[in-house]
Design a protein. Structure first.
Lengths: 326, 324
């Protein structure tokens, strides 16, 4: 599989609740446990899909990897070097050039009161020294790369449609030619026809720039379209990890089964496997059960599921599942 | 069979500082009894506006420019506030996308169900009766711990639970017409699955006719009998869902189906439609889809396309398609 570009080692991220219960030392007794021990490697040149529903921790993981938030425990290695141990600002700045993010909501990730020119010039102003002419040329070629034009430079970002904004956000992330991109649900907020255009664009960029990417989504079909491998995440733990086609043919974890069996096909006559995940159980990121994170909703939970927390184990080539029974 | 609802040549325009905004521009369809009719399309197509027009819940700046909405032969657009209050909750009930805004955040669920029960019975009820009937209603939407839920506030419930509470209110009121405006869009897929089952049961077991508004074809597939594809305030194609799925005729419908990511899409690129939605305050003279259409000809730029009947309840608005 090659060299890992990003290594995620035992990452935990807990957010203390500032109001509510405290013990007599004033320590918060309640925390939101967003990430609970993630171990993952992202290899150079691959797109790793990260799938899960709301509250599973996927966005948090994206932010922690890029050091937008510091982990409570664990470390992130980029090209073998621990990000958390970088002390010099200049070194951190160099690293930031190499890894970028594309966010879900195009309207809030672009400042509506900045022109396209200002938005796209910003990365260069922070990291390079370019002449005015060079900068202008670079910006125009970036815009043309995503089907926009030189005349759009003077417009305010608020004047564009969601699809166009997402193109601008994409090209902003690519402007300094990063090695690694975290795309956090980049097409979820878009209409179907616009989504198709942006997905094609991302695919084209993947192929032309040989990017390494973490692609976060709740939509199985979209993830399949772009990813080489897929990690399924639930309540802050990876429950399954597999090459894409292998996962779609042979999913093992009961939660993966739940995701697949609840995916809706265009043809109502097609019935997937019977849907068995318990749907009305209240699930809290504060009160995560001891043992397996999925036990409350699992149709096959047994006694030992509350005692032992399963680790990822290989069930077939490169295919890992965290379940005591699979 | 006698239709339940008939929307005839509905036109809803908004006057804005930039000109007249034609949100709905001559929309007609019929809802039969015990049927689910789906309005499907992308943002700005007018589907939510249509639903809100039926409920007469549009804002003050919306103008009913023309048309009729007949519910059991009464034109809803002609009714005054007093008559509408008789209809809301009794004949028509609407479930919105975001249950947080439909449920009162400062009232416990039990009190909100009390309100609904009082509306249904037209008389005050004792606390015990509210609890008993409320818990019974919550059980019918598969809430396994109804006693606890009755005692909670909406913010203590998940999105799926809140939607179940809304559906329970629908069960209680038992309206002839249920309107669902993107009922599962805000929900995770494993929760959505269950909610769709509940909505389907409302039709099959409780004989509630439904108008479903969605942008998601997967949801439409599971719930609809007939669908109408909307674009720029008009219906471009309508018919039975399976017919449109197997043989979509309008270029926009075809384009939409092709844009959807399917398992087979894996290694290729998706087929996309060029261009974007037209400006609804500067609509072209002829067909609104013309500038993005691969088969358009000069007549399409000059004249609005007529509605063609292809037989089998399949209608399409396009110059380039021949009728049967």
């Amino acid at each position: 599989m090659g060299i890992p570009l990003v290594e995620i080692i035992n990452i935990k991220k807990h957010y203390p609740l500032t109001s509510g219960f405290v013990d007599r030392f004033g320590r918060n007794l309640q925390t939101v446990k967003a990430l609970n021990g993630i171990n993952l490697a992202i290899y150079k040149g691959e797109t790793l899909g990260l799938v899960g529903e709301s509250g599973c921790g996927k966005s948090t993981l994206g932010r922690v990897i890029l050091h937008l938030e510091k982990p409570t425990e664990g470390s992130i290695l980029f090209e073998g070097k621990a990000i958390g141990e970088i002390k010099k600002r200049s070194e951190m700045k160099k690293l930031r050039k190499k890894m970028q993010m594309v966010f879900q909501n195009p309207a809030s990730s672009l400042d509506p009161r900045m022109t396209v020119r200002q938005i796209l010039a910003e990365p260069f102003e922070i990291h390079c020294r370019l002449t005015r002419k060079e900068l202008e040329n670079r910006i125009v070629s970036l815009l043309e790369m995503v089907g926009l034009s030189a005349s759009d430079i003077r417009k305010y970002s608020g004047d564009f449609s969601d699809g166009q904004k997402q193109r601008i956000a994409l090209v902003r992330a690519l402007s300094l030619e990063p090695e690694f991109i975290v795309a956090d649900e980049p097409v979820s907020a878009l209409d179907v026809s616009v989504q198709a255009q942006i997905l094609n664009l991302i695919k084209r960029i993947q192929r032309e720039m040989h990017l390494t990417m973490l692609f976060i989504s709740h939509d199985l079909h979209v993830v399949r379209f772009l990813s080489d491998r897929i990690a399924v995440i639930y309540l802050g733990k990876i429950v399954e990890l597999s090459p894409t086609e292998e996962l779609y043919e042979n999913y093992y974890h009961p939660y993966s089964e739940g995701l697949f069996s609840s995916a809706l096909d265009l043809n109502p006559e097609i019935n997937f496997n019977k849907f068995r995940v318990k749907a009305d159980v209240p699930v809290s990121q504060i009160h995560i059960p001891s043992g397996c994170v999925f036990q409350q909703r699992c149709p096959e939970a047994k006694g030992s599921c509350s005692q032992n927390s399963p680790e990822l184990k290989e069930v077939s080539k490169d295919h890992f599942v965290a379940c005591l029974w699979r | 069979m006698e239709p339940l609802l008939q929307v005839q040549h509905l036109k809803i325009y908004y006057s804005t500082a930039y000109g007249v905004f034609k949100a709905i521009d001559d929309v007609s369809f019929t809802l039969k009894k015990e049927e689910t009719f789906c309005l499907i399309g992308e943002s700005g197509c007018g589907k939510s506006t249509t639903a809100l027009s039926i409920m007469r819940m549009l804002g003050d700046h919306a103008r009913i420019e023309g048309g009729r909405i007949l519910l059991e032969n009464v034109d809803l657009l002609q009714l005054g506030k007093k008559e509408l209050k008789q209809i809301w909750g009794k004949k028509i009930f609407i479930i919105f996308q975001d249950p947080m805004t439909s449920l009162n955040p400062v009232m416990k669920i039990s009190n909100q169900i009390r309100e609904v029960l009082i509306r249904k019975e037209n008389k005050p009820l004792r606390k015990r009766e509210v609890m008993e009937r409320g818990m019974e209603l919550l059980k019918q939407v598969d809430i396994s711990d109804p006693k606890r839920v009755m005692d909670q506030f909406p913010h203590q419930l998940s999105g799926g639970m809140k939607q179940r509470v809304m559906i329970a209110m629908g069960v209680c009121l038992n309206p002839s017409l249920l309107i669902l405006d993107e009922p599962t869009t805000a929900l995770d897929s494993t929760i959505q699955f269950k909610i769709i089952e509940l909505i389907r049961n409302l039709k099959t077991e409780r004989k509630m006719s439904q108008i479903l508004i969605t942008h998601d074809f997967g949801v439409a597939a599971k719930l609809s009998d007939r669908i109408a594809v909307m674009y720029a305030g008009k219906i471009v194609e309508q018919g039975r869902y399976l017919v449109l799925l197997k043989e979509p005729v309008h270029p926009y419908t075809q384009g939409l189906f092709k844009s959807i990511v399917k398992p087979e899409s894996k290694s290729a690129y998706l087929e996309t439609m060029p261009g974007t939605l037209p400006n609804l305050s500067q609509l072209p003279k002829g067909c609104y889809f013309e500038s993005r259409c691969k088969i358009s000809k000069s007549i399409c730029r000059e004249h609005e396309p007529p509605l063609r009947d292809l037989g089998n309840e399949h209608l399409v608005a396009c110059h380039q398609i021949d009728s049967e």
